[in-house]
Design a protein around this ligand. Structure first.
Ligand SMILES: Nc1ncnc2c1ncn2[C@@H]1O[C@H](COP(=O)(O)OP(=O)(O)OP(=O)(O)O)[C@@H](O)[C@H]1O
Length: 356
């Protein structure tokens, strides 16, 4: 297999280009280019991009060799290099939607929880149609709690009562920022949008995701609302590093392919959990990833006759949520996240049934 140094050298010679000419075209120091071609230094990603443009060769191909070189440099003196590679491979495969999850791969505990949930869902469906006022009151109650908790995870400081006054009474709360008010109003609107999609039997799609994200950031960040990010991001306090922006297009494409492939195979609660986890792990937006992903999860749940799952925003629950996400991202173990989502679905169905 050719090293990056050989690929760079051969490409330049093939184009009959001098180092100086390439240096000028790429805006990279000639001495550095020589070092890259001799394998004495590894280019930065920016250098590599400029050189690929100067040489008119595919950046993607160069980048593959560059990444392989980086991995090699990290592992060259490791006794357990192959084992490490195979561990990393499984995590990469998971995020790239190559790992097909089927029910057999799901633990006995989760399966029995899903059975219990489905019984509750059937009971819930058998109660419908509820009388219109009762249904409206229930929705108001549960959707408000959902807006409150989802925004609370994100750091919004409005209380449940204040969220009610803002969303349902159109009041403003002294001492609370405009942004916090908008977050509450926007989230309530996004739930209504999800409900309308479910009612119209529309499926989850890139367009739906973009609309959901737009609603979340409406009036708060006009530039980024409904758009994938173009800059790298970090998730504070997390070991998981989301992908570089130029990979997002491909990753989101496979995200939706995964949905289409799995929507008739996976149990809906697992599908909802997966689409939530994958989206926050890819982290395609600059902000609002968590709220959008929780809305996607709930769209899938509602579509299949379940009720809205409400992940809580208090400090303990939030930590548990983050830890469950890290368990997928770092240990490739989705089990804690499946439990977390399944528990929230079960709790929601029980609470809904108690009010009927
Ligand atoms: N390892 C992780 N640790 C913590 N959060 C993570 C992790 N991986 C993904 N996330 C997600 O990132 C979200 C925060 O991202 P972002 O700030 O873009 O979303 P938000 O909607 O603005 O805020 P929030 O999701 O906190 O409500 C978390 O809610 C969680 O869903």
């Amino acid at each position: 297999m050719k090293t990056l140094a050989t690929i760079l050298l051969e490409a330049r010679i093939q184009k009959e280009m001098s180092v100086r000419a390439l240096a000028q075209l790429a805006g990279v120091d000639a001495a550095l280019i020589t070092k890259f071609e001799k394998g004495q230094r590894l280019p930065t990603e920016d250098n590599l991009k400029s050189i690929s443009e100067g040489l008119h060769v595919s950046f993607e191909d160069l980048r593959k060799a560059w990444l392989a070189e980086k991995v090699y440099k990290i592992l060259e003196y490791e006794d357990l290099a192959l084992e490490v590679l195979s561990l990393a491979e499984s995590r990469v495969a998971y995020l790239n939607s190559k790992q097909v999850l089927v029910m057999q791969g799901i633990s006995h505990e989760i399966k029995s929880k899903l059975k219990e949930i489905d019984l509750l869902r059937d009971t819930w469906i058998s109660k419908k149609p509820l009388n219109a006022i009762q249904l409206r009151k229930m929705k108001e109650y549960f959707h408000l709690a959902y807006t409150f908790e989802s925004n609370r995870i994100e750091g919004n400081t409005l209380t449940l009562q204040e969220t009610h006054l803002v969303v349902n009474e159109g009041l403003t709360i002294g001492g609370k920022s405009m942004r916090e008010h908008l977050e509450a109003i926007n989230h309530a609107e996004a739930i209504a949008y999800v409900e309308s999609l479910v009612q119209d039997e529309l499926d989850f799609s890139p367009r739906v995701l973009s609309e959901l994200h737009y609603l979340i950031l409406k009036g708060i960040d006009r530039e980024n609302a409904g758009k994938y990010r173009s800059v790298p991001v970090a998730i504070s306090g997390s070991q998981h590093v989301p992908s570089q922006p130029y990979l997002l297009g491909k990753m989101m494409e496979s995200y939706f392919v995964h949905y289409d492939n799995q929507k008739r195979i996976l149990h809906p609660v697992i599908l909802a959990a997966e689409m939530h986890e994958r989206l926050v792990s890819i982290h395609p937006f600059i902000d609002g990833n968590g709220r959008s992903s929780r809305l996607v999860m709930n769209m899938i749940l509602l579509k299949h006759g379940y009720t809205v799952a409400n992940l809580k925003g208090d400090a303990t629950s939030r930590l548990k949520y983050y830890q469950a996400l890290e368990s997928v991202q770092i240990d490739n173990n989705p089990e804690p996240f499946y439990h977390l989502v399944a528990d929230a679905v079960m709790e929601s169905l029980v609470s809904h049934l108690e009010l009927t």
